[in-house]
Design a protein around this ligand. Structure first.
Ligand SMILES: Nc1ncnc2c1ncn2[C@@H]1O[C@H](COP(=O)(O)OP(=O)(O)OP(=O)(O)O)[C@@H](O)[C@H]1O
Ligand SMILES: [Mg+2]
Length: 228
């Protein structure tokens, strides 16, 4: 089943009234259960594409259809709800809440979704253990390293059982051991819970794990390679 359909997507920024075509006509379909890497040189449009697909930024032209729903037609309130119930984000700019502990950060979305306390506790504990932070659940983000914060963000993204996860360079701040752990967790969730993953990366080790690699260049899809 198609979970995401991107049609002739364009995103143009204005830079001192010079147009920058960050995404310049992308067509892409993502099937449920995919584990897809978006690669390409710096400035090729990876982050912009993920932002628009996740509804964090508007498209200039074209459509994004998620699970049959054309997201650019939703009101901003509906879009916020839609994001909350369908998409997990692991974005560097998508910060943790500083006054919350790691555990509270992970529970927050479940709280908004109306999940019961016992369920929230069990799921957040399970996920934080899975990302290797079982001993640090009660620390605030300022007492965690960048890589540890990133792992809290992954746990948070997964807490609400999203249909898919968008991750912008999820391993960028991680050492090689943590990168491996995080990839294992992502792969397991992909296999066991059938959560679709789309992640941008510059890291060859992460690319090697992907089962589909989409290469962007100048805001366009340059190649799209499926592996078995
Ligand atoms: N808010 C913005 N205003 C103007 N130009 C922008 C803005 N955001 C991105 N751009 C430009 O759009 C293009 C694509 O940027 P984007 O961040 O999507 O690239 P990227 O592939 O994620 O790069 P990197 O690998 O360095 O993260 C770049 O030329 C960038 O300078
Ligand atoms: Mg980027």
């Amino acid at each position: 089943m198609k979970i995401i359909e991107i049609k002739n997507l364009k995103k143009t920024y204005e830079d001192n009234s010079v147009p920058v075509h960050a995404v310049n006509g992308v067509d892409l379909s993502i099937e449920e259960g995919e584990f897809t890497a978006i690669v390409g040189p710096s400035g090729s449009g990876k982050t912009t594409l993920l932002n628009v697909v996740g509804g964090l930024d508007d498209a200039t032209e074209g459509t994004v259809i998620i699970d049959g729903m054309e997201i650019n037609t939703l009101s901003s309130r509906k879009l916020t709800d839609f994001r909350m119930f369908n998409i997990g984000f692991v974005f560097q700019a998508y910060n943790l809440i500083p006054v919350f502990t790691a555990k509270e950060n992970v529970e927050f979305v479940m709280h908004l979704q109306g999940a019961k306390k016992a369920h929230r506790e069990a799921r957040s504990t399970e996920l934080l253990k899975a990302v290797g932070l079982g001993e640090m659940m009660d620390r605030r983000p300022s007492k965690l390293s960048g890589g540890q914060q990133q792992r809290v963000a992954v746990a948070r993204a997964l807490a609400s059982k999203p249909k898919f996860v968008l991750a912008d360079e999820p391993t960028a701040n991680l050492d090689s051991k943590s990168t491996e752990n995080l990839l294992d967790i992502m792969e397991q969730l992909n296999k066991n819970e059938n959560i679709t993953f789309i992640f941008s990366t510059h890291d060859q080790r992460v690319v090697n794990k992907a089962r589909r690699v989409v290469t962007l260049e100048d805001g366009k899809v340059k190649s799209d390679e499926k592996r078995e």
